[in-house]
Ligand binder design. Sequence first.
Ligand code: CO
Length: 152
Amino acid sequence: MAKRNIIKMGDPILRKTSKPVENFDAKLHQLLDDMVETLHSVGGLGLAAPQVGMLKRVCIVEYDDKLYELVNPVLVSSYGKCVDNEGCLSVVGFRGLVERPQVIDVEYFDRNGVKRTQHAEGYFARVFLHEMDHLDGILFPDKMIKKLKDDD
Ligand code: CO
């Protein structure tokens, strides 16, 4: 395993659309292992492959001590709205208030190519949506309705 460098906002890589994973192979497993190691080294709730320079539709979420590895995730339903604060490992120095759906269902594949579904609500849903936005080149400042300083 190896820790990878996290790309910061301003780098055009973060603005690109990532490509679907076609092969659930050792290379994918290495990427996922490295992303987990990277996330653990810096702390945070999630990380998307473009943040480590890989334009693949892969992201990880760690919530309530449970790790989710999402390959080719798709939002299949969403309900409600809520506003809460978000930060991003690629955005240094500020957080922001972002409106997101309250309840979601996501379909994705695990690292072995097995299709899974996940229901998520509240901040858990928010983390999924934030990470999935990265796969389409979207960063939370694009959506924020209020900027928050780190100490707000
Ligand atoms: Co982020």
